[in-house]
Structure formats: C-alpha cells, structure tokens
Design a protein around this ligand. Structure first.
Ligand code: FAD
Length: 408
C-alpha cells in the first residue's frame, strides 16, 4: 500500500489488474479493499477526511464477522486488544434484574465456528490498515472527496472534488449513511431519523465502583435502553445509551453532552450505569438514522455497500459486521463473474434478503428493549427469562441465522 499525497490523485501504476475505486475509508471501504486485493484487484481508496481519526467507541463483532476477519488476516491483529465477553446478557436497567444470560466464549466457537468479540473501533480500523499496508497495489488517498460518478464503455468514471477524473472497472460506494453516490444513484433520499438519539462514553474500568458485567449486556428501560461492553483487553467499559426523542438536528458523531444531561435520561437506573455516566468526562451523542431497503444497490459498474446500502439501527450490533460480510461477498461475486454490471446485480441478489431481515430484526429489538408499562414488560420479558432458564438451546437456535450463517 502507499498513502498518496492528497494532491496526488492521478493513478500511476500501469498494470493489467482490474481497478476498483472505493469511496470511503470506513470499515466497509477498508474491508472491501482487502477482499478485492486478495482477488488480485488494484484498489484506490478515496477518503474525504485528511486522516483516519476514528471515533473512540466499541464495536461488537459476532461470529459471522470474526470468521471473515480471520480469513482476511485481520483477526490476528486485533487479538491482543479485543475482548471476548463471557455471555450475551439482558438486564432490567433500573432494577439490575437479570432477564437473560447466554454464555458465549467457547459456546460461540462450538456453535458458530467463530469468536464473539468486542473491539475498540480505532483498533479495528488500524488492523484493517495494517493488512492493507502489507498489500501491493492498494493506494489510499486521504483528504479527497468524491463528488459524483459517470459511466464509460469500460466501467465507471469517478469525479473528485478537484474536477479530476479517475477511471475504474468498478466503483464501490462505501461512503456511509449520508452517501453522495447513493443520492446520485437513487434520487435525493435522505437517511431517516429513527426517533432515537444515542449517548456514548468510554471509561477505564478501574475508575468504576460498580463495573458492569463481563458480558455484552443490554439494559432495558421505558423508551430507552443501554448496552455495556468491554474493549482494550477488558480495561475500558464502552457505554451506549439509546433514548427515544422527537427530533434531532445535529449531524455527525461528535456532538458533546454533559453527565448531568445523560443522568436526566438514566439517573434512576442501577449503580453500574449511573457510575459510568458520572465518571465519564466526555459523553457524546448522535442521532440514529436508517433507511428503508433500496430496490437496487448498483448502477452499471457502480455499487453501494455498508451503511450506504443498508444503514440499520444498532440494536443487533450488526452494522459493521454486515459491512464485513458485504466486502467478502462483493469480491467473491466479481471473481466469479468478470462482467462488473452483472456481478454487482449478483451481489444485490445475494445480500438483500439477509440485510433486510437484519434491518427489521434490529428495529424489532429496539421496540422490545424499550417496552413501556409494567404489564407489557412482564408479558415480553417473562417468556424470555423462562426460555433462558428452561430452553437455552432454543435461544441459541434463534441466533443461528445471524451468527451461524452468512457468507463464510
Ligand atoms: C450506537 C452505534 C453502535 C454500533 N455498534 C455496532 C456494533 O457493536 N457492531 C456492529 O457491527 N456495528 C455497530 N454499529 C454500526 C456500524 O458502526 C456501522 O454500520 C459501520 O461503521 C458503517 O461503516 P461504513 O464503512 O459503511 O460507513 P462509515 O463508517 O460511515 O464510513 C464512511 C466513510 O466514507 C467517507 N466519505 C463519505 N462521503 C465521502 C465522499 N463523498 N468522498 C470520500 N469519502 C467519503 C466518510 O468520511 C467515512 O470515513 C453501531 C452503530 C451505532 C450508531
């Protein structure tokens, strides 16, 4: 890999390899670059940010993602910094009462042939970049924004903000939930505000008097829920609190909020949660957006992936994992089929039902976690509690389609 000077946008490498241009250097873009280069493509990534300053937050990688990360050489590079939760757990946010406990660790490997992991997002991005660094024919152009695309006889033409043009056999739009390429491809469709705003915080575990469990724990509440995980070998607790709210006008991930504001939402919850909020110096919040499934993800040689194609609520922790699945499948489709247009259509056919189902299940989970009223909570959570106690096999089985299936 070489990191190109941002002023140097002309492709120089003369090679017979097919050339893919990737718009966006998030998890989807970087994972796709690795998968395509493993299939002998020459890859150019255009990322509008001048540097990879990643959002300091945790990401859960379920077995359907970790199996792919292992195959593409990324897993070994996060092995020291990630954390393997002992269970998936559900608790009642105010009372701390346990509603479900599903052991993970060896169980995940035995049942789904992959680890269930929690990783610090910048560590994952670093690991993806490290793999690309040892890869030939991958160029990363930071500080270059792609404005639009066109077509020519041999593929796509990609226009950069500086009025320069790059030719590609394949254009991969991994430009996130506000995708410019998607807008051009499908019309002016804005991502949809889901009526939920998220808080996030990252706290050293040693500063907490009541650290949350060593599981990936969902805490339920009325019109809100929270998730606690560990990252950096378990030394940091990652907190995400999601609260229903009528509107939100700030875009992006870096809007700061105060502990006292977060305590207005979670102040009457159990000590594990209030401790995190009180100790946390920096809390950030952002709006949760999604979009209805699209009727197509491609326009000739241009194709959407990741959040650009199927942004989803985080309540299944599958957004990044689906980016990784997309990357694997897209590269596979293009290896099997040298015609970029029909390979992109194959990709859509292979991915749409799975991502649509995950989008729906994520929205259903959010409603389940936010149940209001004692009776409605009992009606929902008592069967979950009972199933966890009496039929744990059935609860594992309910996750087979997500964690056990997938492209690998
Ligand atoms: C609260 C929360 C918790 C989450 N937790 C999890 C989890 O535990 N597990 C999980 O799997 N997923 C999780 N997700 C989802 C996951 O973070 C996203 O689905 C994933 O990061 C999307 O990656 P992406 O590469 O598609 O988009 P992005 O990460 O948004 O990357 C897009 C990139 O494209 C660049 N870009 C945009 N436009 C242009 C342009 N015109 N030209 C050049 N560059 C451009 C941007 O700068 C950006 O770097 C969570 C999400 C949220 C909101």
């Amino acid at each position: 890999m070489y990191i190109a000077d941002s002023s140097e946008v002309k492709e120089t490498a003369e090679t017979t390899k097919r050339h893919a241009v990737i718009v966006g250097g998030g998890i989807a873009g970087l994972a796709t670059a690795i998968c395509l280069s493993l299939k002998n493509w020459r890859v150019s990534i255009y990322e509008q940010s001048p540097a990879f300053e990643e959002i300091g937050a945790g990401v859960q990688i379920s077995p359907n993602g970790s199996r792919i990360l292992e195959r593409i050489g990324v897993l070994e590079r996060i092995a020291d910094s990630c954390f393997e939760p002992i269970a998936l757990e559900m608790r009642h946010g105010r009372s701390n009462r346990r509603l479900l406990y599903l052991p993970m660790g060896d169980q995940a490997i035995k049942r789904w042939q992959g680890q269930y992991l929690q990783v610090y997002r910048p560590d994952l991005i670093r690991a993806l970049l490290d793999v690309l660094e040892s890869t030939e024919d991958v160029a990363i152009h930071n500080g270059v924004r792609v404005s639009h695309y066109g077509h020519d006889a041999s593929g796509a033409t990609v226009m950069l903000d500086k009025d320069e043009q790059v030719d590609a056999d394949l254009l991969v739009a991994a430009d996130g939930v506000h995708s410019t390429i998607r807008q051009q491809m499908t019309g002016d469709d804005k991502a949809r505000f889901t009526g939920n705003v998220a808080w996030r915080a990252l706290v050293p575990v040693e500063q907490l008097r009541n650290p949350p469990p060593l599981s990936a724990c969902v805490w339920t509440g009325e019109g809100k829920h929270a998730v606690t995980t560990r990252v950096r070998g378990g030394e940091w607790v990652n907190f995400v609190g999601i609260v229903e709210q009528d509107d939100w006008h700030v875009e992006g991930w870096r809007e700061k909020g105060s502990s006292s504001e977060a305590l207005q939402d979670f102040g009457n919850w159990n000590d594990s949660i209030t401790d995190i909020i009180q100790v946390s110096g920096d809390l950030y919040r952002w709006a949760l957006l999604d979009r209805p499934p699209l009727p197509k993800w491609s326009d000739k040689a241009a194709v959407l992936i990741g959040d650009a194609a199927h942004a989803m609520l985080p309540s299944m922790a599958q957004g990044a994992v689906q980016c990784i699945e997309d990357a694997w499948v897209l590269a596979d489709c293009h290896q099997r089929n040298p015609d970029a247009i029909s390979a992109n259509q194959d990709f859509y056919r292979q991915r749409i039902e799975r991502t649509r189902r995950i989008q729906k299940q994520s929205a259903d989970n959010l409603r389940l976690f936010h149940k209001r009223g004692f009776l409605s909570q009992v009606a929902c959570y008592a069967p979950i509690w009972l199933a966890g106690k009496l039929l744990p096999g059935a609860v594992y089985r309910r996750n087979d389609w997500v964690y056990g299936q997938g492209p690998l």
